[in-house]
Design a protein around this ligand. Structure first.
Ligand code: FPP
Length: 260
């Protein structure tokens, strides 16, 4: 009698590897509070479990060949949350940076931050700068944490930089185009996201990368962020694999190009 060998978890992961991996994946990690509330727990427990999903998302994205992973970890608006929750989130971030440093170094991951990071508490800011410097040689994936980030604020900041350059005569206002503005955003050296995932059933972008998401594919899922692990990420990537991105052109035009 022949038996079918069982697949190891690595082989299983390979078997379901999506065909077309986004070069840049962005994620709005939502639902930590609801995950905790459903269990009668404090919201911070949800964030702690959410931090575990962050680790899984980083590892899986790196393994599958995502080049840029950008996570909405703390929005400009999140400063308005109760002080105890803000403090807990900053502590979790510190813990993540300390714990993951070695893994980032081993796996060629470069840490980056986008947002008004000067607003972060001094200890977090210093740890962030140190980890970014330590991992600066990482060539396999850029992990960007959006911290104290607001998309409209980012565009205003870019407009101010351009206005200042125009005022001092360094820039001709008539020469400003998409590239000029994009190069003054926090994401200046990154490609735009190919795929945005938002968990927890909300279907909006909440001031996350409004300029950069102009042509991005969106994937919304009811799953709460602490439950969003490897299988759920692979499902999202498989959905992306099946999409045809047209960038304003027709499907026939794209097919004709692909065939010859
Ligand atoms: C949204 O859930 C999540 C956040 C505001 C913070 C995201 C933080 C983490 C995933 C953990 C720590 C991060 C890192 C990088 C280690 P919510 O609190 O708005 O959930 P709710 O909508 O259910 O209340």
């Amino acid at each position: 009698m022949t038996t079918t060998p069982s697949l190891s978890s690595d082989a299983e992961a390979t078997a379901s590897t999506p065909q077309n991996i986004p070069r840049h994946l962005a994620i709005i990690m939502d639902g930590n509070g609801r995950w905790a509330k459903k269990r009668g727990w404090n919201r911070v427990r949800g964030h702690e479990e959410g931090a575990e999903s962050v680790r899984v998302a980083v590892r899986t994205s790196r393994r599958l060949g995502v080049g840029w992973l950008t996570l909405y970890a703390f929005s400009e608006e999140n400063w308005a949350r109760p002080q105890a929750e803000v403090t807990a989130l900053m502590k979790l971030l510190n813990r993540f940076l300390k714990k993951e440093r070695q893994e980032m170094l081993e796996r060629g991951i470069r840490l980056n931050a986008i947002g008004e990071i000067e607003k972060l508490p001094k200890a977090t800011r210093e740890l962030l700068h140190k980890t970014m410097a330590d991992t600066a040689g990482g060539r396999d994936m850029v992990l960007s944490l959006a911290l104290s980030y607001g998309g409209r604020q980012e565009i205003i900041r870019a407009a101010r930089l351009l206005a200042e350059e125009a005022r001092t005569g360094l820039l001709d206002p008539a020469a400003i185009d998409e590239n000029t503005l994009a190069s003054r955003l926090f994401t200046a050296d990154m490609p735009d996201p190919d795929l945005l995932i938002r968990t927890s059933g909300e279907q909006r972008i909440s001031n996350f990368l409004p300029w950069q998401l102009a042509y991005t594919e969106f994937y919304f899922t009811e799953i709460l962020w602490p439950d969003f692990r490897e299988a759920q990420l692979i499902e999202a990537l498989n959905s992306y694999s099946q999409r045809q991105r047209r960038f304003g052109r027709t499907g026939d035009q794209l097919e004709a190009e692909a065939n010859g």
